[in-house]
Design a protein around this ligand. Sequence first.
Ligand code: ASP
Length: 341
Amino acid sequence: MKASILLIYTGGTIGMKNNPETGALSPFDFNGIYDEFPSLRKLDVDIEVLSFDPIDSSNVTPELWVKLARIIRDRYDSFDGFVVLHGTDTMAYTASALSFMIENLGKPVVFTGSQIPIGVLRTDGRENLITAVEIAGAKQDGRAVVPEVCIYFQNRLFRANRTTKHSAEQLNAFRSDNYPALAEVGVNIHYNAPFIHRPEDRPDPLCISTHLETGIEIVKIFPGMRPATLESMLAVPDIRGIVLETYGSGNAPTADRFVRCIGDALSRGLLVVNVTQCPGGSVSMNLYETGKCLQRAGVVSGRDITTEAAVTKMMYLLGQNRDPEWTREMMGVSIRGEMTL
Ligand code: ASP
């Protein structure tokens, strides 16, 4: 039996095509997907298209994430997999957010997009789209091969909450420095089975969280940062969580004013998580005195989490409005495969 795929188009470069009348780039109507990509008919899939009013993903908001999560929940039983077409700029945030918002996922949700518009001859969008559809429909022994929220881009499939957009130029725009690719695509698709999450045989029903806390800041420290700058960032009213981007393995200045400022934020009940500014590797706060200081103050180690995953995980966890101890504990452990323990 053919796999059924719901293709959700949200916008981004992938959907742009030259308007024959004006010559300008304008959004492509994905309802004509089979005419544009006749090769899709050769895949063993049936595709239904759902188009949003296309946006540049720089304008994405958590409301769109909630809309996506609701669609996936509401249509979950009718489809074998979901493909989300999204601009590349914030794809890692949206896909990470969805990975946290959806619980007990047993079907693929594959995000993709492109660096070159689909209407341009040299587009990378055609291959990205066709392979994303194939992966979303892939089954073995009647079960989805990749029952995860993931990003497919330029021959590689990644766990969504491990990705970062690393290039505005190269066609392989995404990286997952701290977790292996879930699949490598060449002549064949090679799935990296040991690294793909397998849901339980009798999973609980899928459910979604739609309340996301946006009172969050990313604070990236740098040599020469004025203490007053940090103090005013942490004093913003209604902030509930800070993603602190530190150096190397989680190190930050040990100057009194810096440490006091972080300590004050923690004693006001803020959740502070330490992530590294390095693209690869992990926070390990007990290596140097400069990291230990943060650990002693009560900062949570984000280990090897990406900033995109840390921000969206924090939005999700604080949105649960559970007690602070639970939130702190969950922030420090892997809940959707987003960090290595
Ligand atoms: N600015 C575009 C977006 O993120 C870029 C892209 O799609 O690649 O929507």
